[in-house]
Design a protein around this ligand. Structure first.
Ligand code: ZN
Length: 490
């Protein structure tokens, strides 16, 4: 049997393949399109490094860079870096100016846009630096105020800010402080090598409360001043204030001294000028004659003492420094009163000033004390308190003295009967007459005589006899006796 081979026309196989391929392509494109829609691509810019960068002033800014990244919701979820699309940076950082700078990074890719921002702050956190100059050695004398050797303050941003440094000097140290324009602080401290913390000390000899009696000269009782650094400062003490030793009262005297560092010390002494209480005057009840003799002792005084003794009469002697020391002693020994007259009896000298008068007064008091053991307070002014002879020496001196001597504890006696034995009466007879006449006009008589005149001494016996016969009592003066003060004429 013979086979007959019949060929059926077959569709050509490449057509199939082509068709199939076409179908696949169609399916693929559609699928891609669908996937692309569903995947929802986004373009983003991712910056490297921190979003906020703090940059110290002067530090260079290095751009850390950024990437463009494409991502989708289904695939490229983590994004795919588009190396070929470099983000562009907008903005600049000026590292020479403090401030806040924003950099914007943006990228575009096939209609997509991505963006990111970075903030760069240029700040100054660096404190200024204070430099202290070295103290030149040995040039500072510890006795002088401390001189700051100098300092400087420099800031990395503000530059020289020395003029803004605040210096505070407290005990023993100087503190320097400054802030730069960003508020960064700087401090420095310096020890003052020798600091005199202690003010000087003043000591007062005789104490802060010091008293003298009116009429005693005030002489500075003494003081000392010592400083822990400067040593003895006694020489530098300034003494201020005056004591009116003639007028009772309280007088402040201040003592001030400062050490080389300027510490000042002042102490005050209160000097009290005391007034002695004045004795009460006791007037005798009976007719009384006080015989008083000035300017002696002299060549007739012994004779006078004998006369007085023989009648048991006591009198009062206002003595001068005549050198008859033994007679002075006799006066007291025989029971008479002794009083101060003057050392020199030189009006011009003793009345030249209160100082001169008191110097004379005290000197005479000392002489009497030395010779008799009596520190008498009884006295008679040469010329009497009413004298005008002192006008030439010192105007007003009697006004001052008449008060001052009493505050000083002296009792001064004038007279109300003048024998005039220093004036016109040059005979015992005249002296007697003058005294008797005077006495007759007064109940209580304080008689002035001078035992340096023989005729005056000669008259005494007659005066005594007359007095006793006429019922008078002869008395010596005491501090309580009436003073018969005259009116003051100078
Ligand atoms: Zn006299």
């Amino acid at each position: 049997m013979k086979h007959k081979i019949v060929y059926y026309p077959h569709p050509k196989p490449w057509k199939w393949v082509l068709g199939l391929l076409l179908l696949l392509v169609l399916l693929g494109v559609t699928g891609w399109a669908v996937l692309f829609r569903v995947n929802r691509f986004t373009l983003s810019v991712q910056i490297a490094g921190e979003e906020q960068i703090q940059l110290e002033y002067g530090q260079e800014y290095r751009e850390p860079g950024a990437q463009t990244r494409l991502s989708g919701t289904l695939f490229w979820k983590d994004g795919r870096v588009l190396e070929e699309v470099q983000p562009t940076v907008c903005g600049q950082v000026d590292t020479k100016t403090l401030g806040r700078y924003t950099l914007t990074y943006s990228a575009d890719f096939r209609g997509f846009h991505g963006e990111a921002r970075r903030t760069v702050c240029v700040v100054d956190t660096q404190s200024p630096v204070i430099t202290l100059a070295e103290a030149p050695e040995g040039e500072w004398n510890p006795g002088e105020p401390y001189q700051d050797p100098g300092f400087a303050a420099v800031d990395n941003y503000d530059g020289d800010i020395t003029d803004q440094v605040v210096c505070i000097e407290t005990l023993g140290r100087i503190t320097y402080a400054v802030l730069d324009s960003s508020g960064n602080p700087a401090y420095a401290e310096r020890e003052i090598p020798v600091y005199d913390r202690e003010p000087p000390e003043i000591g007062l000899e005789g104490g802060q409360d010091y008293a003298i009696t009116t009429g005693s000269f005030y002489t500075e009782p003494g003081y000392w001043a010592e400083d822990d650094q400067d040593g003895d400062l006694t020489e530098q003490v300034l003494v201020e204030g005056e004591v009116d030793w003639l007028t009772p009262g309280t007088y402040p005297i201040s003592y001030t001294v400062s050490d080389a560092f300027g510490n000042v010390t002042t102490v005050t002494r209160q000097v009290e000028v005391l007034a002695k209480p004045r004795p009460q005057t006791q007037w005798p009840e009976q007719k009384t004659i006080y015989l008083t003799f000035d300017d002696g002792p002299g060549p007739y005084t012994r004779e006078l003492l004998d006369v007085l003794d023989s009648y048991g009469v006591k009198a009062t002697f206002f003595v001068t420094d005549t050198g008859c020391d033994d007679i002075m002693e006799q006066i007291v020994e025989r029971g008479h009163s002794i009083g101060i007259h003057t050392v020199t009896h030189n009006y011009e000298e003793i009345y030249s000033s209160p100082e001169a008068f008191f110097a004379d007064l005290h000197k005479m008091q000392d002489i009497i004390y030395k010779n008799t053991g009596v520190r008498t307070t009884l006295m008679r002014f040469p010329g009497g308190s009413s004298n005008t002879v002192s006008c030439a020496a010192c105007e007003g001196v009697m006004t001052i003295l008449s008060e001052a001597v009493q505050n000083a504890g002296f009792q001064y006696f004038d007279w109300n009967v003048d024998s005039n034995d220093a004036g016109g009466a040059r005979k015992a007879e005249t002296v007697f007459r003058n005294v008797v006449d005077g006495v007759q006009q007064t109940g209580i008589s304080l008689v002035l005589q001078h035992d340096i005149h023989d005729y005056s001494v000669e008259a005494v016996e007659d005066i005594i006899v007359w007095g006793l016969n006429n019922g008078y009592t002869f008395e010596r003066l005491t501090e309580n006796s009436p003073g018969f003060h005259h009116g003051i004429n100078n």
